[in-house]
Ligand binder design. Structure first.
Ligand code: NI
Length: 176
């Protein structure tokens, strides 16, 4: 089922999310919610989605970069990844600039500095403990989604607002 997304200005986007009780991860209702999040992310051609973007104040996110999107952006594909109660426990000191967009800020792109790599601990879709190190675009998405769960959007992290561009103009004129 495709869920309604909350846009910037809706209190859901700025609300911090509550941890998911570990015993609830495998419940039918939560598993269905994760399916719905994945469906919603794909419907809107996103590469990540956080629960509060679909009006659910829980610490859960889905990430996926399908082959087509990876070619388009010249980044590595990422298989569907579910992060429940994610926590970034280590990060590179090096920051790298890259363009981001967001389903809650439709139609815009902007340059955001992010850690080049992160190590994240979370629960996976089956409730088991995950501990993964990600770099490149995957690391960027993880940071973007973890920010959402704390009520932050990518614009809060931008250091140069002059890089903001509408998607159409971005595709026409390229990155600034
Ligand atoms: Ni977003």
């Amino acid at each position: 089922m495709i869920l309604k997304t909350a846009r910037l200005g809706h209190p859901a986007v700025r609300g911090a999310c509550a941890a998911v009780p570990p015993e609830a991860v495998r419940s039918q209702a939560f598993q269905r919610f994760l399916d719905d999040m994945a469906d919603t992310m794909r419907e809107y051609q996103g590469v990540g989605l956080a629960a509060n973007q679909v009006h659910e104040g829980l610490r859960a996110a889905v990430i996926e970069v399908r082959a087509e999107a990876s070619r388009l952006r010249s980044v590595d594909p990422v298989p569907l990844t579910v992060l429940v109660n994610p926590e970034i426990v280590e990060r590179s000191s090096e920051l790298v600039d890259g363009y981001e967009g967001c389903l809650s800020v439709p139609g815009l792109r902007g340059t955001v500095p992010r850690h080049a790599w992160v190590r994240v601990r979370a629960l996976g879709r089956d409730g088991s403990a995950l501990d993964l190190r990600a770099e490149g675009f995957f690391a960027r998405i993880i940071q973007h989604e973890c920010d959402h769960l704390d009520g932050k959007v990518y614009m809060d992290r931008m250091t140069d607002l002059s890089t903001l561009s509408f998607t159409e103009e971005f595709e026409r004129y390229g990155a600034r």
